[in-house]
Design a protein around this ligand. Structure first.
Ligand SMILES: CC(C)(COP(=O)(O)OP(=O)(O)OC[C@H]1O[C@@H](n2cnc3c(N)ncnc32)[C@H](O)[C@@H]1OP(=O)(O)O)[C@@H](O)C(=O)NCCC(=O)NCCS
Length: 150
């Protein structure tokens, strides 16, 4: 089910995936099967999202992010792709860094993910975190800056 108010510029949306109101999915994005993409979500150019993921309302998934399968992205999660943004350089897109979010990771509401890191399989990022470093498998991290708690 693709809500009529969603702006969908890609043809690559897997079977059974639902996209709710006012969400924008940009060109070249690839979304797998049976995902739920909530309201007011932004999914940038060439973003990859696997199967069975849940992306909650208001999440911002920018170009350069790759998400595996069974990943939970909480409401208002903000990813990034430019580590040190400045408009002094005209050609800023070359600065984009990748962020990888592996299978079964969960990111709590309103967290910010600094680009260039890997969130390993099964990691849990607590609500309101600012994650600046890669995580270990199944690690629990929270705070600003987020630190490993378990
Ligand atoms: C991180 C989380 C999974 C719990 O982890 P936990 O280690 O079991 O946490 P606990 O409840 O045992 O709390 C341990 C301590 O960390 C603090 N804490 C827990 N989550 C925190 C967070 N996200 N940020 C800062 N501190 C946090 C607790 O207040 C507690 O502090 P205290 O010892 O001074 O009382 C949970 O708090 C969380 O953030 N869940 C995400 C919720 C969410 O965003 N859901 C998506 C939308 S529905």
């Amino acid at each position: 089910m693709l809500h009529p108010s969603a702006i969908i510029e890609t043809k690559h949306i897997g079977q059974g995936t639902k996209v709710w109101a006012n969400t924008h999915i940009c060109q070249g994005a690839k979304i797998g099967k049976n995902c739920t993409i909530g309201e007011n979500v932004y999914i940038g150019k060439n973003v990859i999202i696997g199967d069975e993921c849940k992306i909650q309302n208001g999440a911002l998934i920018y170009e350069g992010v790759e998400i595996g399968n069974y990943v939970f992205i909480g409401p208002a999660v903000c990813t990034t792709n430019d580590f040190c943004p400045t408009l002094k350089e005209l050609d800023w897109a070359h600065r984009f860094k990748k962020t990888i979010i592996e299978d079964y990771a969960s990111i709590g509401a309103n967290s910010t993910i600094i680009c260039g890191i890997k969130i390993a399989r099964g990691s849990m990022i607590g609500a309101g975190s600012v994650l600046t470093r890669s995580t270990i498998e199944n690690g629990v991290y929270y705070g600003n800056p987020a630190r490993q708690k378990k």
